[in-house]
Structure formats: C-alpha cells, structure tokens
Design a protein around this ligand. Structure first.
Ligand code: PAF
Length: 300
C-alpha cells in the first residue's frame, strides 16, 4: 500500500492566512481542528467530523503555554511531532499549522481574550487563568486560519461553552462544532494525559465513567434530587484511593449555573479528579475531567 503523504506544514500566521485566502477564492470550505498534539483517537474523530463538514481540513498543533496554570503540567505535556504528523497525514489532514511560541505570542504581547462568567466556575475556579489562555490562543488560531468551521471535543465541555460564547461575542463568523467524547475500551475518556497516569491510577480512573453511568441510571430511574445525585457520585469517586476529587457538580449546560435543587431539564454532570502516584508527592499529578448530559425528560 502507498504510504500516506505527510500533510503540508505551515509555521507562520501570514502563510496560513494566504492559504485561507486561496481556499476561499476557490470556493473551498475550510475546517480547523485545534489541538495541542499528542494525538489520539479522540482527535482523529474530530478530523473525521471536520472532513464531513468541509472541503479541506487543517489541524493546528501548538502546546499553548498560556493555558497551563501549573508550569510542571506544561513541562510534562507529551510532545511527539513526527508521530502526530504521520497520524494527521494518515487521517487525511491537508495542512498542519505548527507555529513556534514567538509566532503566536510576539515579544511584548499584552493582548488577552477573556470570557467572563462562563470561565469562572468548574475548571476555571481550579485553574486560574486557564480559560483566558485558551480563548486567547483560539482567537489567534481563528484569525490565522479564518476557517468556516472549527471542531472541538465535547469532553472539554466548559471549554466548548466558553469558545462558543467567545465566537458569538466577537462575531468571528465561524461555526463551532462539538464532537462526542471518544472512550477507551474500558470507558475512560480519551485524553493526552492518560499516558501520564501511573498504571494503578489508570485502572482507578474507570471510577469517573462509573460515576457518570450511575448518575445517568439514577436519573432515568426517577432520581431528581441534586444533592442525592452528587452524594452518589462522590461515593463512587471516593473508591479511587489515588484520586482526589476536584469537583463533582451538576450545572445548566448552557449558562453553567448551578443546577436547581431538583433537576427539571437537561443537566450537565461535570467531574474533575486529580490522580497522584502511589508513592505520593507532587510529582506526576494528572488531572482528568469527564462529563455527561443527564436528561430527566428524554424523548422516547
Ligand atoms: O483542547 C485543547 O487541546 C486546547 O485547549 C486547544 C483548544 C487546542 C487550545 O490550546
């Protein structure tokens, strides 16, 4: 079989903008899949979603320093550009945009994009500045690629909500699409961080999806009490001795406001757990998130 060609790699904003102009002049629809590399099946599902919605698919690979509130997390972020490029090529990505840090954050850069409100709860509360970094870099990627559509994973539910709000508020004119979470065989949500888990923590991480499944079953069985649902979820999360729950919350899926005492419509169950190594210490901490939309009134 013929090896798949590597995608074209573009390193500068100017060149990507020229390519965008070129595509638009030819009437081609451009989709962008923003990533930080360390590609896994979840990213490749975003590429497939993008392909279904556009003529050309571009992927950005940029480990964005400004969204890491913890410098150790940034240092430990897995990087393997050659592997990513091969995977992108095999999966039909046409262009990979891989700028250096100075290209997106020129010396003296002092402009930030921040979505207030939506960025403040959940991950925003535990990771100060995280969403400011995300919305700033995504704005830069949007302005560089000027895509028609951009695809993000729904595992990062809050990120998706924040980016949708930013897109709407700033009028980028880009369709923001959320693609469903892809899971490992045992149900754990795919994440670039999974490979950094200690093997014991990786097994325990199944507790997140177990908690989501239990809550979903409870709601379908008629349990509507927010407190009772959270208590059931927290009990399951406590069964992971290497995991410390950062949050387990029920929230409105649009506004992210706290859910009412008794659920009355589709509600987001959002979880974040920090895993440590069995030997303890601050080395090798890995934070996982997952979520499920619970619907007490599903249409049959
Ligand atoms: O979800 C991610 O991988 C990142 O937050 C994103 C959207 C690529 C911005 O750096």
């Amino acid at each position: 079989m013929e090896p798949m060609p590597f995608p074209r790699v573009i390193r500068t904003v100017g060149e990507l903008q020229d390519e965008s102009d070129h595509c638009r002049a030819q009437g081609l629809r451009v989709a962008l899949v923003p990533t930080m590399g360390a590609l896994h099946e979840g990213h490749l599902s975003l590429v497939r979603e993008a392909r279904a919605r556009a003529d050309v698919v571009w992927m950005s690979i940029f480990v964005n320093p400004t969204q890491f509130n913890d410098p150790n997390d940034f240092e430990a972020y897995p990087v393997n550009f050659d592997r990513d490029l091969a995977l992108a090529g095999e999966n039909g990505v046409d262009v990979v945009f891989a700028p250096g840090v100075e290209e997106l954050y020129p010396q003296g850069a002092q402009t930030w994009v921040e979505v207030e409100g939506l960025s403040e709860s959940l991950c925003g509360a535990s990771r100060p500045g995280h969403f400011r970094g995300v919305t700033t870099v995504v704005s830069k990627l949007f302005l560089a690629a000027r895509p028609h559509v951009a695809v993000f994973g729904a595992k990062d539910f809050q990120q998706l909500a924040v980016i949708r709000a930013m897109e709407r508020d700033l009028g980028f004119g880009i369709e923001v699409v959320g693609a469903p979470t892809v899971r490992e065989a045992d149900g754990v949500a795919m994440s670039s961080r999974n490979v950094r888990l200690h093997p014991e923590a990786r097994i325990q991480a199944r507790g997140l999806v177990k908690a989501l499944d239990a809550a979903e079953r409870a709601v379908l069985g008629g349990e509507l009490s927010r407190d009772r649902l959270i208590s059931e979820v927290e009990t399951i999360l406590r069964e992971m001795p290497l995991g410390e729950t950062d949050y387990a919350e029920l929230r409105d899926p649009i506004s992210l406001a706290l859910a009412p005492e008794f659920l009355s419509g589709p509600t987001l169950l959002a979880l974040a757990v920090q895993f440590r190594r069995p030997e303890g210490g601050d080395e090798g901490l890995v934070r996982l998130i997952d979520n499920r939309l619970l619907d007490p009134t599903p249409t049959r």
